[in-house]
Design a protein around this ligand. Structure first.
Ligand SMILES: C[S@@+](CC[C@H](N)C(=O)[O-])C[C@H]1O[C@@H](n2cnc3c(N)ncnc32)[C@H](O)[C@@H]1O
Length: 318
């Protein structure tokens, strides 16, 4: 059965990024609309909520939400980086923009979409089914060295090399076409002693994460989206990111910290030569993580990190 997606760090997002009556808000990763529902309650009938997701399944959840909430709503089915660029062109000025990154429970639970190592399904993993690149193409088409780097960098998998080698050995006989075949290749690449160390969890988890991030160009979209979001924020507006992977969190952290620092001169320069002044106030000095209670209720929350910054007004920038 498909679980409803439980929004992560939702109370914290509302408290720290404080959507208010009449605000214009952009939810870049609508999913099942868990965060969006809470935001819609806060912004009320005078507010506007723009919802973005590249997965057509999210659009069905949006239709339900739009029928129930009082604010103005709009759905953009596209990559959030493209959506933010479109909103900038339209001259939209947002009070709050947030990204709740990664994959939703509905996507993982939709067996036929191939996100999960727990079900046998075609190797797919596309959030946007209209996109050409899928997991099958990566697993069967990328060179061994490239696969190894992918598993190491995006999966942080210490067994990257032997797993990549086993995949390449198997696909020389016949292409891997299902998640079950990929799981089998990963498991048989590992010596029994290493396999035992995983206990109840799957040794395929890290590789699946890496392939999914690559299929959906998740880090590239985030790199484009952060500056695009900043351009759409009105002075005083807030930008929030909820990350589940260290490479996502690092991007959000550095982007917001750079805006809050202003000066971009090399640290060894005695006097500032760039003249840039801070344009943001960090509303989270450190990342905010889920409480033990939330993690107990929703294991997805374990790796979540929330960071929020506010764009300074021209008066504040002096
Ligand atoms: C973690 S879920 C969001 C869950 C949502 N906040 C909720 O409460 O239901 C992430 C969603 O973002 C979407 N997504 C991920 N990357 C995207 C991108 N680059 N552009 C648009 N949507 C994206 C996924 O399709 C997925 O539905």
């Amino acid at each position: 059965m498909t679980r409803a997606h439980v929004p992560v760090l939702a109370g914290e997002l509302i408290d720290i990024a404080y959507p208010g009556e009449g605000d214009t808000v952009v939810d870049c990763t609508f999913g099942a609309g868990g965060h969006a529902r809470l935001v819609a309650d806060r912004i009320g009938p005078a507010g506007t909520l723009v919802c973005v997701d590249r997965d057509p399944a999210a659009e069905e959840h949006f239709a339900e939400l739009a029928a129930e909430v009082a604010c103005d709503t709009r759905f953009l089915r596209m990559d959030y980086a493209d959506a933010l660029e479109l909103l900038a062109q339209e001259g939209v000025q947002a009070d709050l923009i947030y990204l709740d990154l990664g994959v939703s429970s509905m996507q993982v639970d939709a067996r036929e979409r191939g996100f999960s190592y727990s079900y046998d399904a075609p190797l797919d993993m596309r959030m946007d089914p209209d996109q050409e690149l899928d997991a099958r193409e990566i697993v069967n088409g990328w060179e061994e060295r490239r696969l190894e780097q992918l598993f190491r960098r995006l999966g942080e998998d210490p067994n990257a090399r032997i797993i990549a080698r086993e995949i390449v050995r198997r696909r020389a006989r016949a292409p891997l076409t299902t998640t079950g075949e990929l799981v089998d290749a990963i498991e048989s690449a590992l010596p029994a002693a290493v396999r035992r160390r995983f206990g109840g969890s799957s040794p395929a988890k890290r590789v699946f994460q890496a392939v999914r991030i690559a299929v959906n160009s998740e880090l590239e979209s985030l790199d484009r989206a952060l500056p695009a979001a900043w351009a759409v924020l009105r002075p005083g507006g807030r930008l929030a990111g909820i990350s589940f992977h260290s490479l996502e969190d690092r991007r959000v952290k550095h982007f917001l910290a750079d805006r809050a620092r202003g000066c971009i001169c090399p640290p060894d320069l005695p006097v500032c030569a760039c003249g840039q002044t801070p344009e943001a106030e960090l509303l989270t000095r450190r990342s905010v993580v889920a409480t033990p209670g939330e993690v107990a209720d929703n294991s997805r929350a374990r790796s979540a990190r929330l960071r929020v910054a506010r764009r300074l007004t021209s008066e504040e920038r002096g």
